[in-house]
Design a protein around this ligand. Structure first.
Ligand code: NAG
Ligand code: NAG
Ligand code: NAG
Ligand code: NAG
Ligand code: NAG
Ligand code: NAG
Ligand code: NAG
Length: 428
């Protein structure tokens, strides 16, 4: 592990001089804004889910797929402080990010077995994964993580070969699997590592294979929703929910897929998943180049509907950095540079339009969905802040520090190369 990390740093640093990170990636305002969020008191507890179009957080019930992002971002700031001491000062002191992160996981842990987040337990498990990576002996965080994984596996169907994403389908035989679900498979692989229970591992692989077969087009664009027949496993329809139309590529969904297949390879070493991650990443960067000034919410959105999605850009950039680290661990310097420069392009581009000092969120210009159809999840929503855009903004900065693409804000080299990092996948 030590050797591998050292090589990754060496292989990726060759590029360091060619790119300068935007100063806003490490701006002190990030810590100040997150401290403000962390100190917000609501009774009963609520979590930030989206901002208004003038940048004020809306706080909603923890029973929401976005609930894990505030605590997970606070854990990322704890990691930032570990990588670069005194880099997260607010005023003249460093907030106790770990304590804030732990406090905010309290309401999220209550989601076990009593929630409507469905398959989204993968997202809400992020801060528990961080806790276990930092403190492998923490039995309660481990228990939480395993319980979330058990909950996800309870959605498994042998007939379909996947876990179902959304409940309450229009037709009782409909079994819905969305591309977003690719991000959740890592939770199953983590639970496998923690318990040795092979079922978690087998389910994750089968789900990824089923999505590879049915959720991805021959040109490596992605569908968001595949509706299967729960009785036969046949594909009934392929459509979108948050994208522009059924057959276009919704950028954030595609970003989750890059991330998901990269993780699948990192945990399983099965080459078909690396191949998928590479092809999905190449598709994303090729399509992103068509609109060089900002990330579209859907690559095929028409002229009058071209809102930006900074969250898609940040999810993709983190996935590309993980893929770059994977290539480096395979001694593939060309591949590592290619994906790292893609991530750096996305970070610079995002800094150019979405950094918004006057807002409560760190980034603006995110689009939850903008397709205007009148269905659940489909209330038109653009040009807001989103907690996952902020989370991945901070995480991208941390990944760059870990691979020594950038120095700490004080000009020093990061003191540790990893502080509970998941850059290479398994962190415990
Ligand atoms: C979850 O958050 C969204 C905003 O992103 C909000 O519209 C929805 O009502 C929330 N759900 C619950 C159960 O609070
Ligand atoms: C589930 O949540 C509801 C509403 O918050 C609450 O009334 C109920 O007691 C909870 N059930 C369990 C088993 O925690
Ligand atoms: C374990 O992690 C949880 C958060 O998941 C935290 O609240 C708790 O304090 C931790 N326990 C110990 C013993 O560190
Ligand atoms: C539900 O789906 C089944 C299988 O595809 C089909 O035979 C049936 O007609 C559908 N029912 C409705 C109400 O659409
Ligand atoms: C292993 O995990 C599966 C779900 O993935 C669960 O149903 C089963 O009970 C677990 N087995 C043990 C021995 O815990
Ligand atoms: C970003 O959002 C602002 C409104 O907050 C809007 O005026 C601007 O056009 C957006 N930029 C892009 C690239 O969509
Ligand atoms: C290195 O990575 C690039 C980009 O992913 C890939 O096209 C190429 O096949 C890889 N080379 C080897 C030897 O695996």
């Amino acid at each position: 592990m030590v050797f591998r990390s050292a090589f990754v740093v060496a292989a990726l640093s060759a590029r360091a001089l060619a790119w300068t990170a935007p100063a806003t990636l490490f701006d002190p305002l990030i810590a100040a804004k997150l401290l403000h969020e962390a100190e917000t008191v609501n009774a009963p507890p609520l979590l930030p889910s989206i901002t208004s179009t003038d940048g004020k957080w809306m706080w909603t019930s923890p029973n929401n797929w976005t609930a894990g992002f505030l605590p997970a971002t606070l854990y990322q700031l704890a990691k930032r402080e570990c990588l670069c001491p005194s880099s997260t000062l607010v005023g003249d002191s460093v907030p106790n990010w770990l304590e804030y992160g732990r406090t905010w996981t309290g309401p999220v842990a209550t989601l076990h077995w009593n929630n409507t987040v469905g398959h989204d337990v993968g997202y809400v498990s992020f801060p528990f994964v961080d806790e276990v990576a930092l403190f492998p002996a923490n039995a309660s965080a481990k228990r939480d993580l395993i319980d979330f994984a058990l909950e996800l596996s309870s959605r498994w169907s042998d007939v379909v070969g996947a876990t179902s994403s959304w409940d309450s389908p229009a037709n009782s035989t409909d079994f819905l699997v969305i591309i977003d679900n690719m991000i959740n498979l890592e939770l199953l692989l983590q639970a496998h590592l923690l318990t040795g229970n092979q079922t978690f591992y087998d389910i994750a692989i089968k789900h990824a294979d089923t999505t590879l077969k049915n959720g991805i087009r021959s040109d490596w664009g992605t569908w968001q929703v595949v509706v299967y027949d729960s009785e036969t496993g046949a594909v009934k329809v392929k459509r979108t929910s948050q994208g522009y139309t059924d057959d276009t590529t919704w950028t954030r969904g595609h970003s989750w897929a890059i991330h998901g297949y990269t993780r699948m390879y990192q945990y399983t070493k099965l080459s078909r998943f690396l191949d998928a991650a590479r092809n999905l990443a190449a598709y994303f960067l090729r399509r992103a180049a068509e609109n060089p000034s900002y990330m579209l919410w859907d690559f095929d959105a028409p002229a009058e509907e071209r809102s930006a999605d900074s969250s898609a850009a940040m999810v993709a950039a983190a996935g590309l950095q993980a893929l770059a680290a994977t290539e480096a661990s395979l001694f593939n310097t060309t591949g590592a540079k290619k994906w790292m420069s893609g991530a750096q392009m996305l970070i610079s581009q995002t800094a150019g339009y979405a950094w918004r000092p006057s807002w409560e969120s760190v980034l603006a210009n995110a689009t939850r969905d903008n397709n205007g159809r009148d269905q659940p999840f489909n209330t038109r929503s653009k040009n807001t802040g989103l907690p996952y855009a902020d989370y991945f903004w901070v995480k991208n900065g941390n990944y760059l520090l870990e691979t020594k693409q950038v120095k700490c804000p004080n000009g020093k080299v990061p003191t540790h190369s990893a502080c509970g990092s998941d850059l290479h996948g398994p962190s415990f």
